[in-house]
Design a protein around this ligand. Structure first.
Ligand SMILES: Nc1ncnc2c1ncn2[C@@H]1O[C@H](COP(=O)(O)OP(=O)(O)OP(=O)(O)O)[C@@H](O)[C@H]1O
Ligand SMILES: [Mg+2]
Length: 358
């Protein structure tokens, strides 16, 4: 486990890493953990986090399915809005999971992101306030979006449709736009990468989690080279951490040693409450604020708000290192650190699974 203190929520027993990002002498990790563990704090008591000087447009992407993209988009957005930021979640996944979790209507026929991308409908007609969450809004996705991958193909500037829609929308009234991507590297994800300045990659602390990562990094490099020179991987978030498995902590350590400061210090633990919340049309932040998952997502959002992205923007973010490993079957040319995790995962797969069964 990296630095920081461990806190336990009342909702479930998984540990939470609370990072040390002090704001003032009175603002210590222990004080924050204690505050968070108390659970629901009234709006009046909630601290206001610094807002960025201009709107940060962040794409949450990983072509691997089920790694926590939507959960991260929804819960970071909820946390940031609860602490004084104005946040728009753009649901760019035909599954519409972010829209469901935010309780925003997304039945077929409703005007949605699809209409903006394919028919140039202004985003103002699409964006809806999230019920009960001041400062938080959502551009919902309907299943129509599944067709957009094909409908966009013959269009002029097909990769920049979302950029145009967002540019025509007044983002000066927003602090964050979080774009939730589908589990693919198709035209929808490319549109999201072209529209954003930052990429946030959630990585599940699991076997197979790093496979495919190289493809995502290459896609980001390609988009940066040809379509959006401002694009940087600014943030990596480790998700679904299960402290009982050695593999989880190895994946976390290796991702950290490979990607360095880009990885948020907060790790999101596996938490039943996190997975229950969407079925109530809520983020875990409102569903069970004292649960370990909620505490971790609030801390991750706090880190996001506090850390300066300037150094990342100047330094260019993480890149594939020049030295490559020999490549495992199905994993040609992965960076050595990534290969090391993947091969260790293979050799310990049995033991990790055994631990989980216990
Ligand atoms: N920290 C967590 N603890 C427990 N369950 C989680 C956690 N994070 C996500 N989940 C659950 O894992 C599943 C996948 O999460 P999520 O939908 O956020 O992933 P995704 O990357 O958006 O998936 P997709 O690629 O299908 O869009 C969901 O059922 C979600 O509720
Ligand atoms: Mg999703």
């Amino acid at each position: 486990m990296p630095g920081g203190v461990m806190a336990r929520g009342t909702g479930d027993p998984a540990p939470v890493v609370v990072p040390e990002v002090p704001q003032s002498p009175a603002d210590t990790p222990i004080a924050r953990a204690a505050q968070a563990a108390v659970g629901v704090r009234g709006t009046a008591e909630r601290e206001t986090w610094p807002r960025p000087q201009r709107c940060r447009i962040m794409t949450i992407a990983n072509q691997k399915g089920g790694v926590g993209k939507t959960t991260t988009a929804v819960n970071l957005a909820a946390s940031l809005s609860q602490h004084g930021s104005r946040v728009l979640v753009v649901d760019l996944d035909p599954q519409g999971n972010a829209s469901t979790a935010l309780d925003v209507e997304h039945h077929v026929g409703r005007v949605s992101v699809y209409n903006s991308l394919v028919e140039d409908r202004p985003l103002t007609e699409v964006v809806t306030a999230v019920p009960g969450m001041p400062g938080l809004s959502c551009a919902p996705a309907t299943i129509d979006l599944a067709g957009a991958e094909i409908e966009l193909v013959p269009m002029v500037a097909r990769e920049s449709r979302l950029t145009r829609a967002i540019e025509a929308f007044d983002v000066s009234a927003l602090d964050y736009v979080l774009i939730d991507c589908p589990p693919s590297l198709g035209l929808l994800t490319v549109n999201a990468l072209v529209a954003a300045e930052e990429v946030l990659i959630p990585i599940q602390c699991e076997y197979y989690a790093l496979e495919g990562l190289e493809q995502l990094l290459r896609t980001v490099d390609l988009v940066r080279g040809h379509l959006n020179g401002r694009l940087r991987i600014s943030t990596i978030l480790l998700t679904m951490y299960d402290g009982r498995t050695r593999l989880a902590s190895q994946v976390a350590d290796d991702v950290r040693s490979h990607f360095g400061d880009v990885v948020l210090r907060t790790i999101i633990p596996r938490s039943v409450r996190v997975s229950e919340a969407p079925s109530y049309g809520q983020s875990v932040i409102t569903y069970d604020p004292a649960s370990s998952g909620a505490i971790a997502y609030v801390e991750a959002a706090r880190e996001l708000a506090m850390r300066s992205v300037l150094s990342v923007l100047v330094n260019g973010g993480p890149r594939l290192p020049p030295s490559r490993g020999p490549g495992l079957p199905g994993l040609p040319g992965l960076p050595a650190a990534v290969l090391a995790v993947a091969s260790r995962g293979r050799s310990e797969r049995g033991s990790a699974a055994d631990v989980r069964r216990r």
